[in-house]
Ligand binder design. Structure first.
Ligand SMILES: *[C@@H]1O[C@H](CO)[C@@H](O)[C@H](O)[C@H]1NC(C)=O
Ligand SMILES: *[C@@H]1O[C@H](CO)[C@@H](O)[C@H](O)[C@H]1NC(C)=O
Ligand SMILES: *[C@@H]1O[C@H](CO)[C@@H](O)[C@H](O)[C@H]1NC(C)=O
Ligand SMILES: *[C@@H]1O[C@H](CO)[C@@H](O)[C@H](O)[C@H]1NC(C)=O
Length: 883
């Protein structure tokens, strides 16, 4: 067990000014239902895994087989308890409540021995009146949690008496828990194909006691519409009810020098809510517009609402407003409907990723450094949209605040994923509470672009993923009850009609609505958004990718670096892709054989008997994933202003799967659990650059070279340089320069080449063999050689067949160029063309670019450390890997 000294001493404080007793901190104790563990010091916000790890009752759950070894933890009941002091002035208030911003999940709350309320949804904020049970002086509080696994099973047994709501259990490979769909808890906490089952239990958000006489402001919800000259800011203020059952007072609202005051004399409405409303007309000339990342500034205006009553009670709350409009355009196009976003009237190609919960332990998902890592990466990688995926959690306020500041639009799913769901009246009432709370909490953020009902459940129902076909009508009725009659109804009661709601991610958009919310063919490329996965075909062949309107999920697995694996196991035997440990963490059915297959299509699999087998495998898996996603992403971008002969295309979004990880495992992520960027993340930065030059070889073996620009202005007089290199020389055998003006918001074909004939003419070899000896290399430069787009290349044949020469790659020199933060230039030399040169440093930090194709004898890499704690010479920390 851990000593007391390790706990930061914490005193419960009574803040007279706002009458709040903060109960966060370590003045808590944890015990389990069996009596084995008692009086364990606990931390709130937190959860049982964190507390048990701190006491070394369980080992670090992220290491070894500890997911398996700790399966007993969520099978017990756990109780958190504390005591707190209350002074007379708190009890003088007519209203005294305990507020839990998040309880995970099934709890009874007992104050001084009396049950004051319960919880059954981790996404709801619970406010329980405790005035009648409090006393001056010391008071006791217990939060008695039940095992979520036990509750889910009991609910499923009840449900089964009517009919089964599948899936009951995840595939065996997930090593997960059953019946997640029965309960309103992070669905992925029962396991996923990229994550372990850690169904935490605990008080995962703030808890405090509030008191007030008349009322206080609970939420500020803003809606923005506009016309040519004005923004119209509609402000809903939600006020707390009181013991009298009616609120009298006034709300004053200030924004940017404008003030409105609303008198409130109200009883709760049919929803039990007390609302004040005010509309501001804000001339467009008086404020700056909020823009997504890459399109302008993210100016935010503070909106403050203050409640006062005639006894002099006063409290206030603020939100930040960003003035922007956003619409989803779905109009006749080709053989279907378009599907693209216009922000402030400008069609914008959405570039980004899908985020899974920032941590599998929900309280850790609030860590600021973690949120900053993710959103900084998104911003630096030219992303303008992230999807908060429906199997995780509604993220913390700080996550959305930062998205507002960085111009990252949020595609916000409601938390339902890959399952049928129950629709009993208790369940639906529970969902109503969740939707109200989360929509009120989130909707004022300018980053929130849209809400979506669920992840993949429309497709799951139509395409019979869970064996529901024989009883389709039953599950269809449930689908409508849940996502349309409940989720959509509650949402639309709050948001303005011009807001975007999609009943499922993905969907066919308007066609889904017209076909009764479950389309005949949910994956139709002519409509809406598409999720695309394919593990059978060559991932470096762009012709396998769908020509769709919007790709909202697509991806490939890879392994995180060996240094990350070494942080979770000390046993060298575990570092074997075919071994028991890595297989334990491979949750995707057939995942490892798919990885091998993916590698083998373009590269040579490493020799299984070699000492470097797994190291090579890790590297190759990252190479394949990185270039596959670059090729696929550029494929979508090439179609931004083009239709194919079937009328498909005008693709206006590419959100790859997945941004982050929740443990060290083979997954689809670009950033691993320890925060290291895989090669993918570097390639994403290039694939998402505002302007790209990109080539692909079509099914007729014609190389088509495009310049794609997301910029809103023409870039005049740039030089596209098309070169052919032989693998054995730094001197190109062919260079052709094309001068062009890069048109705004356009994808333009600038050159077509008959690949094999052309390469033969460049003395690359015979028409059949030339493709194995040469490759294409593209740059796009402004006069004066400034790069307009990242360099790019096309390999005309699988690299395993190409005549690559064995290079000698050396670290030539390291120059320290800065100390705050530490920054280095690393000069890498090679004697021949070398693809995928990958640098790693044991010092925490990041390269500016990595995984490069070297076409000259010396190349400079730039490294920025994210720690001051550098105990070895940088030069000794660097390792180089190449093909
Ligand atoms: C998981 O735990 C069970 C029970 O303790 C044990 O029998 C089994 O071998 C463990 N599996 C792994 C992969 O460690
Ligand atoms: C948890 O508590 C519930 C309700 O008190 C009880 O029915 C159940 O048996 C307990 N489960 C365990 C594993 O102790
Ligand atoms: C082609 O363009 C490249 C890059 O801008 C430049 O370095 C080179 O000199 C140009 N070559 C010719 C033949 O114009
Ligand atoms: C275009 O750029 C070339 C150099 O790349 C320069 O010689 C020429 O003057 C430029 N033309 C215009 C119209 O700017």
């Amino acid at each position: 067990m851990i000593g007391w000294a390790l706990f930061i001493s914490f005193f419960v404080t009574v803040c007279k000014s706002d009458e709040i007793i903060d109960l966060d901190g370590n003045n808590w104790f944890l015990r389990d239902g069996s009596g084995e563990f008692k009086n364990l010091r606990a931390v709130v916000p937190g959860g049982v895994y964190s507390d048990l790890m701190r006491h070394e009752i369980i080992e670090d759950i992220f290491k070894g087989y500890n997911d398996n070894a700790t399966k007993w933890v969520p099978r017990r009941n756990w109780t958190y308890s504390t005591t707190f002091n209350v002074k007379q002035d708190v009890l003088n208030s007519d209203n005294v409540n305990i507020v839990f911003e998040g309880l995970d999940t099934f709890a009874r709350v007992v104050v001084n021995g009396k049950d004051v309320g319960g919880s059954n949804n981790m996404f709801v904020q619970y406010i329980m009146s405790i005035k009648d049970v409090l006393k001056v002086g010391s008071n006791s509080l217990e939060v008695q949690f039940r095992s979520p696994i036990e509750v889910a099973a009991a609910l499923e047994e009840e449900q089964d008496k009517q009919y089964v709501v599948p899936p009951k259990c995840p595939p065996g490979e997930y090593r997960g828990e059953c019946y997640a769909n029965m309960i309103r808890k992070m669905q992925a906490s029962f396991s996923w194909d990229w994550g372990p089952a850690f169904p935490s239990v605990g008080i995962w958000k703030k808890v405090y006691i509030e008191s007030y006489q008349e009322s206080k402001i609970r939420y500020i919800g803003t809606e923005i519409t506009d016309d040519q000259t004005n923004w119209y800011l509609n402000v809903d203020i939600y006020l707390a009810n009181n013991a009298k059952g009616a609120v009298n007072g006034a709300v004053k609202i200030d924004i940017n020098g404008l003030t409105n005051t609303v008198n409130v004399q109200a009883k709760p409405d049919n929803n039990g809510e007390i609302k004040a409303n005010s509309i501001f007309t804000v001339p467009k000339t008086t404020v700056e517009t909020w823009w997504p990342n890459g399109y302008g500034k993210q100016t935010l205006y503070k909106l403050q609402a203050t409640f006062t009553n005639n006894q002099g009670e006063t409290n206030s709350k603020t939100v930040r407003v960003g003035f922007r409009s956003i619409e989803l355009v779905q109009e006749q196009l080709g053989s279907g409907l378009s599907f693209y976003f216009k922000v402030n009237g400008v069609p914008i190609f959405m570039k980004g990723s899908n985020e899974i919960p920032l941590s599998i332990l929900p309280e850790k998902g609030h860590h600021r450094s973690l949120i900053e890592t993710m959103l900084n990466t998104a911003q630096e990688n030219h992303m303008n949209m992230l999807r908060v995926w429906g199997g995780g959690v509604y993220e913390s306020d700080y996550f959305y605040d930062l998205a507002d500041e960085k111009g990252i639009l949020i595609w916000q799913d409601f938390m339902f994923a890959c399952a049928m769901y129950p629709t009993g009246s208790d369940y639906l009432l529970n969902v109503v509470q969740e939707i109200r709370h989360q929509v009120n909490r989130l909707r004022s953020h300018p980053s929130i672009a849209l809400f979506a009902g669920n992840n993949e459940n429309e497709g799951a129902l139509r395409d019979n993923w869970y064996g529901t076909q024989d009883n389709f009508q039953t599950y269809y009725n449930d689908y409508i009850k849940l996502y349309i009659n409940t989720v959509q109804t509650e949402l639309k009661e709050r948001i303005s009609p011009n807001r975007i709601f999609l009943s499922s991610s993905p969907s066919n958009g308007l066609k889904t609505i017209n076909e009764g919310y479950v389309s005949q063919n949910p994956g139709d490329y002519n409509y809406g958004d598409v999720h695309f996965y394919n593990y059978e075909n060559d991932p470096w062949n762009s012709n396998i990718y769908p020509v769709c309107r919007f790709a909202s999920e697509y991806g490939y697995q890879s392994l995180p670096s060996l240094s990350s694996w070494r942080k979770v196991t000390n046993d060298p035997e575990d570092l074997n892709i075919n071994g028991r440990f890595m297989e334990h963490r491979q949750h995707h059915p057939e995942g490892t054989s798919q990885l091998k297959n993916m590698i083998e299509m373009n590269l040579k699999l490493p020799d299984e008997t070699s000492a470097d087998y797994t190291k090579s495998f890790v590297y190759l898996s990252q190479v394949v994933q990185a270039l596959a996603i670059r090729i696929e992403t550029e494929h979508y971008r090439r179609y931004r202003s083009n239709l194919n002969s079937a009328g498909q295309g005008h693709t206006m979004g590419a959100l790859y799967w997945q941004l982050n990880d929740v443990w060290v495992a083979p997954t689809w992520s670009g950033i691993d659990f320890l925060g290291n960027q895989k090669m993918l993340q570097y390639f994403v930065k290039d694939a998402f650059a505002p302007v790209i030059i990109t080539g692909h070889i079509n099914d007729q073996r014609t190389l088509e070279i495009y310049v794609v620009s997301d910029r809103l202005e023409t870039i005049p007089n740039v030089t596209a340089s098309i070169q052919v290199f032989k693998w054995d020389s730094f001197n190109p055998v062919h260079t052709e320069n094309i001068t062009l003006d890069v048109s705004p918001s356009e994808s333009k074909l600038i050159k077509s080449i008959e690949t094999d004939e052309f390469l033969a003419e460049q003395n690359c070899g015979s028409k059949d063999d030339a493709k194995n000896n040469c490759f294409f290399y593209f740059t796009l430069n402004a006069p004066g050689h400034d790069q307009v787009a990242p360099v790019n290349y096309v390999f005309p044949a699988p690299l395993k067949n190409s005549n690559l020469k064995r290079p000698t790659v050396v670290l030539k020199s390291v120059t320290q160029v800065d100390t705050k933060p530490f920054k280095y230039y690393v000069k890498i030399g090679t004697d021949v063309v070398t693809p995928f040169v990958w640098l790693e440093s044991s010092i925490q930090g990041r390269f500016e670019n990595n995984g490069l194709l070297l076409t000259s004898p010396a190349t400079c890499f730039e490294y920025t450390a994210t720690t001051d704690d550098i105990d070895i010479h940088f030069i000794n920390s660097v390792t180089i890997t190449h093909l």
